[in-house]
Design a protein around this ligand. Sequence first.
Ligand code: SF4
Length: 282
Amino acid sequence: MATLNESFFSVQGEGKFAGVPMQFIRFYGCNLDCSFCDQPSALATRPQKKFYEQQDEEIAELICRHALQVPVCFTGGEPTMQAPHLISIIDLVRRMDCQKHGITASQFASSTGMEYYLPDGAERLFTIETNGTIFIPELSMGRCAITLENGRHGIYLSMSPKFDVPDRLLNFKEGTATPKITAFHEREVKKWLQSSVPMHLKFVVENLTMFEAILDWCDRAVPAARRGQIALFFQPEWFQGRLEFKKVMRKWVEVENWKKILALGFQDVRFACQMHKDLAVR
Ligand code: SF4
């Protein structure tokens, strides 16, 4: 049984798919405890914690109940902490999608590595919002890295490395890198970055120093060959960071500064707020 915090249908409010209606599955529990976490009820460390258990099959059925191939957002908390359930739910949904499109169980089972092909336009997008601290090989290759007929992948990662990681929960022993991201955290994030999973990086920016440190980190951590494919999203810390963020954004959209970002090789760089928060929707 997976441990969830909540599930609901809404519109994605941030990142590359902002504005896209999605089914959200929010896993309970996280291995970090960020001060700015906007989902405290998904954290075991917070008084407002809220959780329930649900069978993977029931979650898959919930996702498939929509007539359309609604994209899914697995979020949290940290969904990769429950990797076996995450993988199992994706497999179950794919099976159900195949049945819906007339792909028989034996065709499905005989296809190598559980790859399957849905008709163009019928593919389902699985997005995973993660802090990047737990690399899952099955999601980066093989059975879960879905290669669709039109060449698009069915799994998309919204990875948000954290720069004020408290060591106490992660129990990392390897010291910290600047500004505070730990060596272990960075090593796991790099495994994701070196994989071929389509993704964007999303950073919560609290001030100018942090923004510059994040750019330095991107230059160090993101392989040059991936920079043209990985979008960078910068967003304000929700509770109190908006004024600071405005200053950061104004400074960096000056042409000379913008050129410095582009010189790093990233072609898709965006400053964006969390739309759902402004609109006060879930
Ligand atoms: S990694 Fe995300 S879910 Fe976990 S504590 Fe930080 S902001 Fe919250």
